[in-house]
Design a binder for this molecule. Structure first.
Ligand code: MN
Ligand code: MN
Length: 465
């Protein structure tokens, strides 16, 4: 009988916090603190771009339009309409031999204002909303909500709004029915408990002090907005205003081992990849970081990953490194490798029945890879090739980065997708690779600090390969 045969043959699935040295634990907590700062400053895709641009410029990145030619070591970024961004560090290898891409998204489920949002009813003023992405509507009532976004006037003047984050700001909320009178509501299916049309934000109750007019509360609110921002009701027609939870990111648990925050899907992968890129020097393959928009609603539109903006960016890299020739872009994609860095559903013991415990991502067990996503019989999945999975495993194993390969839930229970298939369809080798999350898409999502730091290390190792 061979001793330690189990040790040799079994794939160990261990909690990463075990046997962790003190230095690494300190690094994990310090990194997570920076991450939480980022979350508090970047609650929307536009705000994430502002933060990412700041980080990039502090680390020597410049707008690609400043470069006539590009050389190895040059650090560039391209911002697309203030809502998505690509960054690159030019490698010593030719771009035509492929680039190393890490792509996340910086939009998160939320409530958007309708084009004609403001109305008055029963002595209150409200904003009407239209939800964005996959939400459980009941989770968005009776929580503090902040208002973020832009209003653009016909003359091009842009007003940027952020109310409800500062301690001295007011917050807003969506009311729900008291249990005493909710008999009928409580009989409804959970998904019908709150109607989309009832997600109306309470924004004021003082009537404007004038005798004759109707809608005096609405008038008073518009007067306040006019004095503060110089806008009228019609200016909402050309605005993008997003309602998000006003909660701050906080350490979670007596041991502070987790992060609770809004918007971790997918800003946890956006931040960790961005932070990893800031630490790179002298890469061999050109390192490319994607922060995309509109993933939560299908990646459509000119700021979503389905648009040709990314092709344009890679073409610009080819043009400015002097490599370009007809159809070279296709070759670049065929030889490129990508981590589609998006969050994974973490195993939740309270809802264990939706998961296959042998194929789940566990909080605290390191970065999670999904070979495929999709629904039912892998429908719509981008299924990573075994050869490529092996290549990625090799990087993680030789750098001692803890990882797990899992599926999103039990067979036929549900499913999901990321931007992986979009790049895979261009010819890139892609695997989904991100941080496991509890309560995904809820106003307050939970991650493990261990996994956050594992993601940072994994992304850095991938680019340094
Ligand atoms: Mn996501
Ligand atoms: Mn999502």
């Amino acid at each position: 009988m061979e001793e330690n045969l189990k040790e040799k043959l079994f794939n160990k699935k261990e909690n990463g916090w075990k046997k962790l040295d003190i230095q690494e634990k300190d690094d994990i907590f310090a990194f997570s603190k920076e991450y939480m700062n980022f979350l508090n400053n970047a609650k929307t895709e536009r705000e994430a771009i502002v933060e990412a641009k700041k980080m990039a410029e502090e680390n020597g990145f410049k707008d690609i339009s400043n470069f006539q030619t590009l050389n190895p070591g040059d650090k560039v970024y391209f911002i697309n309409r203030e809502k998505s961004m690509y960054l690159a560090i030019i490698g010593t290898e030719k771009i035509e031999n492929g680039v190393h891409i890490i792509g996340s998204h910086i939009d998160s489920p939320r409530l958007d204002l309708k084009p004609n949002p403001i109305y008055e009813d029963g002595g209150f003023a409200y904003f009407k909303t239209h939800y964005y992405g996959g939400i459980k509507k009941y989770q968005w009532t009776t929580i503090p909500i902040s208002i973020h976004g832009v209003i653009v006037k016909p003359n091009g003047e842009k007003v940027t709004i952020s109310i409800g984050e500062d301690e001295n700001d007011p917050i807003f909320t969506i009311t729900d029915l008291l249990p005493h009178l909710a008999q009928e509501q409580m009989e409804k299916k959970l998904k019908n408990g709150i109607d989309g049309e009832d997600l109306n934000l309470l924004i004021g109750s003082i009537p404007y002090d004038v005798e004759k007019e109707s809608d005096k509360v609405k008038l008073n609110i518009l007067n306040i907005l006019n004095q503060k921002y110089g806008i009228t009701e019609a200016d909402f027609l050309s605005s993008e205003i997003e309602l998000v939870p006003a909660f701050k990111a906080r350490s979670l648990g007596f041991d502070s081992s987790m992060v609770a925050s809004y918007g971790q899907d997918d800003r946890v992968c956006a931040y960790t990849s961005l932070a990893a890129m800031m630490k790179l020097e002298n890469v061999k393959s050109t390192a490319v970081c994607i922060l995309s928009d509109k993933e939560e609603i299908g990646s459509m539109g000119n700021t979503g990953m389905e648009s040709h903006m990314f092709d344009y960016f890679i073409s610009e890299l080819l043009n400015k490194t002097g490599e370009n020739r007809p159809n070279l872009l296709d070759k670049v994609f065929c030889y490129s490798k990508m981590l589609s860095s998006d969050v994974d559903a973490g195993f939740d013991p309270i809802y264990a029945s939706v998961s296959d415990k042998y194929n789940s991502g566990y909080l605290g067990h390191g970065i999670g890879l999904n070979k495929y996503t999709g629904a039912r019989g892998k429908s719509g999945a981008s299924d990573a090739n075994a050869e490529y999975v092996a290549w990625v495993r090799n990087i993680l194993e030789k750098n001692n980065i803890r990882y797990q390969i899992s599926e999103l839930g039990k067979v036929d229970v549900g499913g999901g997708g990321t931007i992986a298939y979009i790049l895979a369809n261009k010819g890139v080798d892609v695997i989904d690779c991100g941080v496991p999350v509890l309560s995904m898409h809820a106003p307050y999502e939970v991650t493990s600090k261990y996994d956050i730091y594992s993601a940072f290390k994994a992304y850095k190792a991938f680019w340094n390969e």
